[in-house]
Ligand binder design. Structure first.
Ligand code: GCO
Length: 450
């Protein structure tokens, strides 16, 4: 049975990580442009000023996607490239770039999936309070409207935001991501509320400009899974999957998705922070809960969970010498079965895996090729689990491999290679890794060859 006939296979990138042209053609500053200037913030002291130079080499990259046989390509737009000050005057050269990119994708018969915001927040808006500012939801909606009006005749899949867990949690709680400033819980909860309001208003703006488009969101999560497939362990894993951890509340799946799909924050959040929750306006949950067509979930890994003796759950210690990636992330294929299953059961919406992949210590071998058997094995294991979820009835619509080309990996700089396509950052040469040829087979057979 396998994946549905119209299941889409593709790859994904993010603007700041690949585009470069950070100070070109009228683009405004983003918080990442500024964050990279602070000594010590980026592991190798680099930045996204040039990255993969995708702004100039996008046609080469689209040609490569065509060679791999991508049916779809998920990418993000750079908010300050469109609106240098975040609001106000539009930078036409910025819009022109995305026009060209979209036309190139369509000419290559590749479906564009546009993520409106993937972390490169306008620095001018950050200086006006960013997501703490009560105008921040409307700022985002206005930006969404501009993009949907300009591209909505050709772009028919929109994802509003990528991983608020990171651009709020890692940015303002852990401070490892831009702008890397710790805000107290009462401010970060307010920011989260404004992000969700901005998401809802953006959905309305997209619907108005592109009524026939599919609209979704792309959060991430730790996709916890049952240690055994007993009913007790499955329920315990479900509990863990949707729980809110007081120590890392923003990493939660439910904090972000319950308001969208269930009309309110998870009860646990109110219990944890009764005196710090934001004021929720009478219309807020209606705005946030705009109906969506798809939940784009980014899933990399999770933890095994067992039922405890009190109706709760415990995490199972990972075995000694457990497999991990070059980024030291655990390899847990079951996350790609249970994650989609738990999400579909909880939120009753079609699911796309809008990010999954791994970093490998990729090098160009003496034969001039890039052999990445570890990536092929990882993807094979994960995709077998995803196919099992599809066969068990989860309404799965697509899979996007993170990432197309090696790129700027945020605070890790260029020290991690997640791409299916090797990028020489000095020469900007691209080399398809072995996994790209393997993935081409997967796409051609719709996963039957797994
Ligand atoms: C994320 C981001 C990507 C990362 C990728 C590897 O999921 O963290 O969406 O931009 O680069 O996941 O960390």
């Amino acid at each position: 049975m396998g994946f549905r006939k119209d299941f889409v296979w593709g790859g994904v990138t993010a603007s700041y990580q690949i585009e470069g042209a950070a100070y070109e053609d009228g683009k405004g500053l983003s918080v990442w442009d500024m964050f990279c200037k602070e000594p010590g913030r980026i592991a190798d002291g680099t930045n996204g000023d040039v990255a993969c130079d995708h702004y100039h080499l996008y046609q080469k990259d689209v040609d490569i996607m065509g060679e791999i046989g991508y049916q779809a390509y998920r990418f993000s737009a750079t908010w300050p490239r469109i609106l240098p000050e975040g609001t106000g005057p539009v930078n036409e050269k910025g819009l022109d770039f995305y026009d060209r990119l979209v036309d190139s994708l369509l000419a290559a018969d590749i479906q564009p999936w546009l993520t409106l915001f993937h972390w490169d927040y306008p620095y001018a808006l950050f200086r006006r309070g960013g997501w703490t500012n009560p105008s921040s939801p409307q700022w985002f909606a206005d930006y969404a409207q501009i993009l949907a009006k300009r591209l909505g005749d050709r772009v028919k899949r929109f994802l509003t935001i990528n991983e608020p867990q990171c651009f709020i949690g890692i940015a303002y709680d852990d401070t490892v991501h831009a702008p890397g400033i710790h805000f107290p819980i009462w401010d970060t909860l307010l920011m989260a509320h404004h992000v969700l309001l901005g998401h809802g208003l953006a959905v309305q703006a997209i619907r108005a400009a592109a009524p026939d488009a599919l609209v979704g969101i792309s959060p991430t999560c730790s996709a916890h899974y049952p240690d055994t497939e007993t009913a007790e362990d499955i329920e315990a894993a479900r509990q863990a999957f949707f729980d809110v951890d007081k120590g890392a509340p923003f990493w939660s799946a439910s904090l972000w998705s319950d308001p969208i799909f269930k009309g309110d924050y998870p009860k646990k959040l109110y219990e944890l922070f009764p005196e710090h929750m934001p004021n929720i306006g009478p219309d807020d949950m209606r705005i946030i809960g705009q109906p969506l067509d798809i939940l784009g979930q980014n899933i990399y890994n999770g933890k095994a969970v067992r039922a405890d003796s009190k109706g709760g759950y415990v995490f199972v210690e990972r075995e000694k010498g457990y497999p991990f990636t070059a980024a030291k992330w655990p390899v847990t294929p079951k996350a790609l079965y249970w994650g989609p299953r738990f999400l579909a059961e909880a939120y009753q919406i079609p699911i796309a895996i809008t990010e999954n992949g791994l970093s490998c210590p990729d090098v160009v071998s003496l034969d001039g090729k890039v052999h990445d058997p570890i990536r092929i094995d990882f993807l094979h294991r994960y995709l077998l689990e995803l196919r099992r979820a599809a066969e068990d009835g989860v309404d799965l619509r697509g899979y996007f491999h993170w990432c197309v080309t090696d790129n700027f990996e945020w605070a890790k700089g260029f020290t991690e290679r997640f791409g299916m396509v090797y990028c020489d950052f000095e020469t900007q040469e691209r080399i398809l890794k072995d996994s790209a040829y393997w993935y081409r087979e997967v796409i051609q057979t719709n996963g039957e060859n797994l």
